[in-house]
Write a protein that binds this ligand. Structure first.
Ligand SMILES: Cc1cc2nc3c(=O)[nH]c(=O)nc-3n(C[C@H](O)[C@H](O)[C@H](O)COP(=O)(O)O)c2cc1C
Length: 288
């Protein structure tokens, strides 16, 4: 039984977000839970220690986990975070992923890891969100037109309302937790995992355009950037979240040695106008 007087929210959400989409869904879930009269709070996993997370897990009734899909898989920071958590002793949990188009079993992949950690995973959901892959080599369509994004976000908000209601009612609902989805997800995940380590060294600096503002150094979730003799360099341990690429103020991050195609406009800047990725790295008070 959770002691509501101890100041912890009933529902704690841990999320990783490269460029803001998963942050947005987490905050939308908080709004929906609040409407239903439940106290909920979301934490970027970049801002809490394992000890603090364990404390929140112990003191909250239900735990949520959210992440963007990378090749039908979890981003490395989320995998690392889950693997460091202590045994959850049957704590109720929900898991969600954000994706541009499709992942197969995106929520179930994290769900399996959480189940192995002792969580009782009762809910899994997929949220379609804007594409954040803006690198030149693939040239996938993306937009920073917030009128066009409004429809996508509206649908995601309705799905968040649905998930919050199912959780509130205690009705289990697990999207993509089946053999067909697993098989389809694996078709993308298995090759992606094979090339992942090679891809980790693909981010670089376009020194012709870099203004040396240090945003990439400040924002990177895994400290892939560092200064050497006053020049920004990379360590080859990128986790492919694209935060540096998308939020460099002058789009001076290169991918596979290719600078951003400036003719396509700025890289994706997050789901809301003037989104500031600082929210993903700034600590907030643990209790409500
Ligand atoms: C390396 C990488 C791989 C991705 N793979 C997929 C994918 O397999 N399927 C998909 O629908 N979206 C994929 N995406 C798009 C993101 O999952 C999607 O835009 C997500 O909402 C981004 O969330 P974030 O802003 O919280 O990082 C990929 C993005 C990246 C950076």
């Amino acid at each position: 039984m959770v002691d509501k007087k101890n100041g912890y929210a009933e529902i704690a959400i841990f999320y990783f977000s490269g460029t803001g989409n998963t942050w947005w869904v987490s905050e939308e879930l908080i709004r929906q839970f609040t409407k239903l009269g439940r106290s909920a709070r979301a934490y970027s996993i970049e801002t809490i220690s394992v000890g603090e997370a364990s404390d929140l897990i112990f003191n909250s009734e239900i735990i949520g986990f959210g992440y963007p899909i990378h090749g039908s898989d979890l981003p490395k920071p989320m995998k690392d975070f889950i693997s460091q958590l202590p045994e959850a002793s049957g704590k109720k949990a929900f898991v969600f992923c954000t994706q541009w188009l499709w992942s197969g079993d995106g929520a179930a992949v994290g769900g399996t890891m959480l189940h192995d950690k002792g969580f009782n995973v009762l809910w899994g959901e997929h949220f379609l969100m804007p594409n954040n892959v803006t690198v030149s080599i693939i040239s996938l369509p993306y937009t920073n037109d917030y009128n066009r994004l409004a429809g996508v976000l509206g649908r995601a908000a309705r799905r968040a309302a649905f998930l919050a209601e199912e959780i509130n009612a205690g009705r289990a609902s697990l999207r993509g937790f089946n053999q067909v989805s697993f098989y389809l997800g694996s078709m993308q995940r298995v090759p992606f995992r094979k090339v992942y380590h090679k891809l980790r060294n693909d981010i670089g600096i376009d020194y012709d355009n870099c203004i040396d503002c240090g945003e990439c150094v400040r924002l990177c979730p895994v400290d892939n950037f560092y200064y050497e003799d006053e020049v920004i360099k990379t360590k080859g341990k990128c986790v492919l979240c694209l935060r540096c690429y998308n939020f460099c103020p002058v789009a001076a991050i290169k991918h596979m040695d290719r600078p951003h195609l400036h003719g396509r406009g700025e890289p994706y800047k997050g789901p809301v106008k003037d989104f500031d990725p600082t929210v993903l790295i700034e600590k907030k008070e643990q209790k409500v």
